[in-house]
Design a protein around this ligand. Structure first.
Ligand code: URA
Length: 237
């Protein structure tokens, strides 16, 4: 077993000593994630437990979400909806909250709006399985009402952890709630959409929510423009 000092010098040299706790933690998570990813990609035959660890951080987090009782939505949900897709995806979509179908199936975006999201993803030559899809809230607000600020405050930590484990290169927020929450902004979605913002070492671009497009199909044109920007960035990432 290597001594801590050796590991420290090998990985980062002496400057690690001057890092604050948060940055050090982020560096460590990065190194662990990249090492695990590398081992998996190389097909290096290690113990099954190590292979399984590729998705380890997320599995632990999913377990936490499944057992979460932090807010009253835990009492009314059928299933929490953690997220779905490729955990190593370059592109992550973030929606608002599960609806009826998602609550029943435990999967994000499987209802009408979800079918439209699939088409939107396909429009830039990707499949749902090429990207990761998550929501701000993991549980359905009864009757599909808007998320309460207190629910967002209690739940958003899970999404932030998903983002720091997965480190997508691009995040596309869908609609007002996901956009305003991640950007910590009160500006309307109509003013924020279609622009890239720097967000935790990723590029974040808001666009309209597919559920909104079901009622305002004329706005699909703008989402198409946003998706073209995402495709250009995706190809560079
Ligand atoms: N709308 C959302 O914002 N998320 C879902 O998962 C489904 C519908």
């Amino acid at each position: 077993m290597r001594k801590w000092k050796e590991v420290q010098e090998m990985l980062w040299g002496k400057w690690v000593m001057s890092m604050d706790k948060q940055s050090l933690q982020e560096e460590l998570l990065d190194v662990v994630k990249l090492t695990k990813q590398y081992l998996c990609e190389q097909g290096i035959k290690v113990e099954n437990s190590v292979q399984a660890e590729c998705a380890g951080g997320l599995l632990d987090l999913k377990e936490k979400v499944n057992n979460c009782q932090k807010c009253p939505l835990a009492k009314t949900r059928t299933n929490p909806v953690f997220g779905a897709g490729d955990e190593h995806a370059k592109l992550m979509f973030v929606g608002e909250a599960p609806g009826k179908d998602e609550d029943l199936q435990g999967e994000p975006f499987v209802g009408k709006a979800g079918k439209l999201l699939t088409k939107i993803i396909n429009s830039i030559g990707l499949k749902r399985t090429d990207v990761y899809i998550a929501n701000i809230l993991k549980c359905r607000p009864p009757g599909n009402r808007n998320p309460e600020p207190s629910e967002i405050a209690m739940c958003q930590g899970y999404l932030l952890e998903q983002i720091s484990i997965m480190k997508p290169k691009i995040i596309c927020t869908l609609g007002k709630f996901a956009t305003q929450t991640l950007l910590n902004s009160q500006q309307p979605i109509s003013q924020l959409r279609g622009r890239f913002f720097e967000y935790r070492n990723t590029k974040l671009i808001p666009t309209f929510h597919p559920a909104y497009l079901l009622y305002s199909p004329g706005e699909k044109r703008l989402v198409w423009q946003d998706m073209k920007k995402i495709k250009t960035e995706y190809e560079k990432a």
